[in-house]
Design a protein around this ligand. Structure first.
Ligand code: NOJ
Length: 750
């Protein structure tokens, strides 16, 4: 084992010599490739699991033989340094390792889950969160994270919605770029920056019925207009790697999908990083039924453009034979190896292969915690606040009851994908409230449920008694972190267990009831919404969730999160999302008939004959972009800088935003557009811009959005990108259901 940390890079003599005569990276890569045996090339394409084992002992010989290009899941820095040392000093060519880990929303200091970060609508805070995560992870020798996950999803049943940026391709694209910038920084060779990985390419978020890993069928036009857009943005932002999805896309699993990885990614987008499979997903091509065995899976995946096999040993086991028997062209292997070596060069791994943790900022330093707190503060969405029950005032309250399974749950508030997250750092809501109110307010805490899923109502009496003695009840409800994330989908997305009953019982006390909900997904809140006065939806808010929630509850800051995903009234409405198509029979309030109001013998045509559900109507419980504030925001005077724009031109859409309330607050102003007539039908609204602004009481600010006609482009019937002349509507407001509308026309350019 390496003692201490090697601060100088040690390179194999062979390669050091070649470097000294070859000045440019591409030439260096070519020179290195020229020295590699087939086995060494395939070694670069092989990523192996290095956690939960004596990795030096288990992997040492394979490293010396140049048979491993990357490791995953080893976070002990001394071990990582020793593995690097073996690769660099004891293998023939001395090629350093990529050290991968799922650093999804923080390392030790945990930011809100990604769907919560998306609710901030704040690329700056998201970028900063990724930077904190990168610095902390880099201290362990990690140089590659498997984030950002940028799968668009319109299905809250899907457990991985927790990791996603939500339903909208524009919001997802902005946040994808922010995360890539945060992880990778300006200079990937700098200490504390790590390679990002945009995943899962592509379409994973459309899993049928929200069942993880299930089939996806997405027409190419929809794929290009929706699902591929964030990936394109990540590629344009310089993301170093992409991960192929586990899922079957239109009959060809993504891991074997040449259309995705060759045609779109390489030929159209010019991506020159590398693609890694998902965990063992090359092997799974045979389980999908695309191939008969591992050998043909290796052939399919390599041909389709998967450069590295994650933890599968399928490439390691079969590529050599495939090349030797002439089935697979060596050029395919060479291209993959070049892509992988390029990433290693960009990371500066040949110069600095080792990690000295002391050169990086301490874990959970004040800046890291402040970022986590800001992210948590801005991620919380206030869904309801009847009679301005919030914010609470320490002056007017003597006693509050804090009730529920998520009030003091340091681990649960961190959410899914926190392999390294440190629960000891978590400040819970109970703690945050106690710290904030001090001895001004008495806090009575009753957990009432062991877990969110508990069905026993026995402890409810104590909760009701505490509620009865209090001036207000703070109910901390939701889901434990294990109820969302990979392979943790739910068919019923109501609050689990007996929580709705707890709400009902507490409501009976007549005291103001404030629900703070921590969950990994949107929940159907229809059965509790009328039994509470206020709702703060806090997702899983991470390490600093507690102080953030306390400050929001007591009005030190106003809630300012906005929903990055639509909340359905009931599960049967899914998929329900703001950018739906109009259909030929769009519903209106007049057309909706409720199931209880239909006469048994009514003729078929008695109904509205429109696209709605008899029992749920057509509107969501809470729309995309929605979120209340302690300020009172009003938008007015929407206008365009010109009624017409030529193709290639720019227009400015503006509106005035006034804070009529008595507190300063952040508002996220949003721009939506509708292309009225299209070569393919266009969504009823598309998000085209947003801005987070601080507005003082009584202040009016003008919010302006510049729109270039390229921003209006879409993939048409032949699946090429087009801008069509024609009429457009534009809306500006604080939610996707804003009514403040203007119009403009795109005309053919000169
Ligand atoms: C499987 C997941 O789908 C992927 O997102 C993750 O990065 C890998 N496992 C590695 O843990």
């Amino acid at each position: 084992m390496l003692c201490g940390y090697l601060l100088v890079s040690i390179m194999s003599t062979t390669f050091a010599e070649s470097r000294s005569v070859v000045p440019h990276a591409e030439e260096q890569i070519a020179a290195l490739l020229g020295q590699m045996t087939l086995a060494e090339k395939i070694g670069q394409m092989n990523q192996v699991h290095a956690g939960d084992m004596d990795a030096v002992e288990v992997l040492g010989d394979a490293l010396r033989a140049g048979k491993i290009g990357s490791i995953i899941n080893q976070v002990d820095v001394a071990t990582v340094n020793e593995l690097q040392r073996i690769a660099v000093e004891e293998s023939r060519l001395g090629i350093p390792l990529l050290v991968g880990r799922d650093v999804i929303h923080g390392f030790k200091t945990v930011m809100p889950i990604p769907i919560g970060q998306a609710a901030t609508w704040n690329p700056d805070v998201v970028r900063q969160g990724a930077r904190v995560a990168a610095r902390e992870a880099a201290k362990s020798g990690i140089n590659w994270t498997f984030a950002p996950m940028i799968d668009i999803t319109r299905d809250p049943r899907w457990g991985r919605i927790a990791e996603s940026p939500g339903e909208d391709p524009y919001l997802a694209s902005r946040l994808a770029v922010a995360m890539v910038e945060g992880f990778q920084g300006d200079d990937l060779t700098a200490a504390g920056t790590i390679a990002a990985c945009a995943k899962h390419f592509a379409g994973y978020g459309e899993a049928e019925s929200g069942r993880d890993y299930a089939t996806t069928n997405i027409p190419e036009n929809e794929l290009r207009n929706v699902h591929l857009r964030p990936f394109r943005a990540a590629v344009d932002a310089g993301v170093l790697t992409l991960m192929a999805s586990f899922s079957d896309l239109n009959g060809v699993p993504a891991t074997g999908n040449e259309f995705l990885m060759r045609q779109v990614l390489r030929d159209e987008w010019g991506f020159n990083g590398f693609v890694v499979s998902d965990w063992n997903s090359i092997h799974q091509l045979a389980i999908h039924g695309l191939t008969a065995d591992d050998k043909s899976s290796a052939l399919e995946a390599a041909t389709a453009g998967v450069d590295m096999d994650m933890a599968g040993r399928v490439y390691a086991g079969h590529l050599e034979e495939l090349v030797e028997d002439g089935t697979l062209d060596i050029d395919v292997i060479d291209a993959a190896v070049i892509n992988i070596l390029r990433a290693k060069f960009r990371l500066g791994l040949f110069e600095n292969s080792y990690t000295d943790p002391d050169t990086l900022p301490p874990i959970a330093n004040p800046e890291a915690l402040a970022t986590a707190k800001t992210a948590a503060l801005q991620s919380v969405v206030m869904l309801k606040n009847d009679n301005k029950v919030l914010p609470l005032s320490t002056d007017r309250l003597e006693r509050v009851a804090v009730v529920g399974p998520l009030a003091d749950a340091p681990y649960e508030q961190l959410g899914t994908w926190i392999f390294d997250g440190d629960r000891e750092l978590s400040v819970t809501a109970l703690q945050g409230i106690r710290d904030l109110v001090g001895d001004q307010v008495q806090v009575d805490y009753v957990r009432a449920m062991k877990m969110s899923r508990s069905t026993s109502t026995e402890p409810f009496d104590e909760a009701v008694a505490a509620a009865g003695r209090s001036d207000a009840v703070l109910l901390f409800l939701g889901e434990e972190s294990i109820l969302s994330g990979e392979a943790h989908s739910r068919a019923d997305i109501n609050l689990p267990g007996a929580q709705a009953e707890l709400v009902r019982r507490v409501r009976e006390t007549g005291k103001p009831v404030i629900a703070v909900i921590m969950a990994g997904r949107p929940l159907t809140l229809t059965n509790i919404v009328d039994n509470v006065d206020a709702i703060l939806f806090a997702w899983h808010p991470g390490t600093m969730g507690g102080p953030a929630i306390a400050e929001l509850l007591f009005g030190l800051e106003s809630p300012s999160g906005k929903l990055p995903v639509t909340f359905p009234r009931m599960v049967g409405q899914i998929p329900i999302y703001h950018s739906q198509k109009n259909t030929g029979k769009p519903p209106t309030p007049e057309k909706v008939v409720h199931i209880d109001d239909i006469d048994a013998r009514a003729p078929q045509t008695s109904l509205g004959m429109a696209a709605f559900h008899l029992d749920a109507g057509y509107t969501p419980l809470f729309p995309f972009g929605f979120g209340l504030s302690y300020a009172e925001f009003a938008y007015g005077d929407i206008r365009v800088s010109a009624d017409e724009i030529p193709v290639g031109g720019t227009i400015t859409v503006s509106a005035d935003l006034t804070n009529h309330g008595d507190v300063a607050a952040d508002e996220v102003a949003q721009l939506y557009v509708r292309d009225l007539v299209g070569n393919v039908t266009r969504p009823v609204r598309e998000l085209k811009g947003f801005r987070r602004l601080r507005v003082a009481p009584g202040e009016t600010v003008t919010v302006s959005f510049e729109l270039h006609t390229d921003d209006l482009a879409f993939y048409g019937r032949d699946n090429t990108l087009m801008v069509e002349p024609g009429d457009f509507h534009a809306w500006v407001g604080g939610s996707s259901d804003t009514g403040l509308r203007t119009a403009f026309r795109v005309v053919a350019g000169d």
